[in-house]
Design a protein around this ligand. Structure first.
Ligand code: KMT
Ligand code: NI
Length: 161
């Protein structure tokens, strides 16, 4: 067991309950289908490795939310998406490996780090043009519409993915 591992497994269904989609998607045409279905209009590729400035890694690892979905498809390497469970306030660590697709909904607090391999290459897909802005955990950001709407959604009916 790695440090910080609570030993408690979390199911895909539980992730869906808090609005997070996590698929293994080895077929690129399947990824394209999802991208088209969900209207993702732009994309780029990000690499995090030994040359990535620590300040950048720190930004990713700071608890934050976004006003839009965070959609990541792992091309090489691996990483951890830590999700702050809004129902328990515990961290849930999701390990993503090659061909994994994760969709982190707007309004959920989360953070990202690489695994001990310290290498990840991921496709970032965006609904609109790239407007990646991290809103760090704060009382003010707790009041953002995206945050409030997220909490309302997960307390209502389970969302279909
Ligand atoms: C984020 O918002 O934490 C990220 O975009 C992480 C880098 S994607 C592998
Ligand atoms: Ni993020």
């Amino acid at each position: 067991m790695t440090p910080h591992d609570s030993g408690k497994a979390v199911s895909i269904e539980y992730l869906q309950k808090i609005g997070v989609s996590y698929y293994h998607c080895p077929k690129l045409d399947e990824l394209e289908r999802i991208a088209q279905e969900r209207n993702y209009k732009s994309r780029d590729v990000i690499t995090i490795d030994a040359n990535t400035p620590v300040s950048k890694l720190d930004t990713f690892f700071e608890e934050h939310l976004h006003l839009d979905e965070e959609i990541r498809y792992i091309l090489e390497g691996s990483g951890f998406f830590d999700l702050k469970d809004p129902l328990t306030d515990n961290w849930i660590r999701v390990r993503t490996d090659v061909n994994d697709l994760i969709i982190v909904p707007s309004g959920i607090y989360h953070r990202f780090t690489t695994t001990t391999d310290k290498y990840v290459k991921a496709m970032r897909l965006f609904k609109e043009e790239d407007n990646w802005v991290a809103m760090n955990k704060s009382a003010q950001n707790d009041n953002l519409t995206a945050r409030k709407e997220y909490l309302q959604r997960i307390h209502a009916e389970p969302t279909a993915v």
